[in-house]
Design a binder for this molecule. Structure first.
Ligand code: BG6
Length: 366
């Protein structure tokens, strides 16, 4: 059932090109160059009225929500707040009219997320679920559902569910932009073209997994390490750090690169391993200075950057290149090496990759 893969997690990592294609299937009108959601109640006319969005989720789905915020704000210019579901419920969030709440959940059964979306409903908000399980509790309770169609995910550490949630957010961001009239037709066509190229680009990265395995083996005895990045890369780093903690049990922290010097730089010493994600053109120079800051304190840095960013190569110890795409979409590519790093580190340590200690795939208690 693992199709020749050693673990479900590895199988699911390699299933991502197909999973991402499935998330897009039937949702792009290639003649009109538009996003369509045939089953959504939220028509473009009603989406036009949305003035505020809350995203609620837990764990990896929460990290997808952080990307969703950037994407929706950038494309559709609607303000978005992202909350950990277990916090949202008790913080007495303010609801204004025309608020849409988006609940993100692979399983569709996470009790905290279900409770948060019920709280939103009680306050008059429409609820849209992004889930991988048709007919799950969250799907049934929501007003609208976007299924991710990634296929069953068995490994506790989520991989293909996360990247397919990102695709769902890209599609939704473009759909909301159509409703709001915030994107011109050429930009939209170019985004859709780059979106559909992502599955092959993921496949390309997976073909170079061996290089990443060597890196993973080199960090397996570390006590702690850092992930740094800015903007979308910071959100992706949080997911990379979670993945590593979940299955290798090595502690790591994902830090907004510009915030390091306000405290955490004190923890960087000779030999500290740092993984720097630098896929955002606008922030590239800033990332290079942050990398220089940690290098000056003795850090050993792996840089993950876009093919062609020669300048960064010179400031890091190791480099991992990902293909070029629009700045909003690099997250799907940047997370692949991070998934592989955590996977191979866990394997090198002899851990139970698919069933890490103390964790469950789906948590149905609050
Ligand atoms: C956790 C799982 O308990 O629930 C995580 O261990 C997962 O991997 C989180 O991200 C949220 O799950 P779901 O199904 O709501 O996306």
């Amino acid at each position: 059932e693992k199709d020749g893969f050693a673990h479900y997690m590895q199988k699911e990592i390699y299933e991502q090109p197909r999973a991402l294609r499935n998330t897009m299937t039937g949702r792009i009108d290639t003649t009109e160059q538009k996003v369509i959601f045939p089953t959504l109640q939220l028509s473009e006319a009603s989406a036009k009225r949305v003035e505020k969005i809350y995203i609620v989720a837990c764990g990896t789905a929460y990290h997808a929500g952080l990307i969703g915020k950037h994407v929706i704000e950038r494309l559709a210019q609607i303000p978005v707040e992202v909350d950990v579901a277990s916090e949202f419920r008790y913080r007495r969030p303010l609801f204004q009219p025309n608020t849409l709440t988006i609940a993100v959940s692979q399983s569709g059964e996470t009790a905290d997320t279900l409770a948060a979306m019920r709280e939103a409903k009680r306050n008059g908000s429409a609820v849209l679920a992004i889930t991988n399980v048709v007919g799950s509790s969250i799907a049934r309770d929501a007003d609208d559902v976007i299924t991710t169609n990634a296929g069953p995910e068995i490994a506790v550490a989520s991989t293909k569910a996360y990247t397919s949630q990102l695709i769902a957010f890209y599609l939704l961001g473009i759909y909301l932009a159509q409703a709001k009239g915030t994107l011109d037709a050429d930009t939209r066509a170019s985004l859709l073209q780059q979106l559909t190229a992502l599955p092959d680009q993921v496949d390309h990265i997976l073909q170079h997994a061996d290089e990443i395995r060597h890196f993973a083996e080199s960090i397996k005895d570390e006590q702690h390490l850092f992930f740094i990045g800015r903007g979308l890369d910071h959100a992706v780093s949080m997911e990379g750090s979670l993945k590593l903690k979940e299955i290798s049990y090595i502690h790591s922290e994902a830090y907004a690169a510009g915030e390091l010097k306000h405290g955490t730089l004190a923890l960087i010493e000779e030999g500290t391993r740092v993984i720097a994600l630098a896929t955002q053109d606008e922030l590239h120079e800033k990332m290079i200075s942050n990398i220089t800051e940690v290098k000056a304190r003795g850090a050993k840095v792996l840089g993950i950057t876009l093919d062609g960013h020669v300048e960064l190569h010179r400031s890091v110890d190791d480099v991992c290149l990902i293909p070029q795409t629009d700045a909003l979409f690099t997250s799907v590519l940047g997370v692949i090496p991070l998934q592989l790093i955590s996977y191979y580190t866990s394997v090198a340590l002899g851990n139970d990759v698919d069933r890490p200690r103390n964790l469950a795939k789906s948590v149905t208690v609050e």
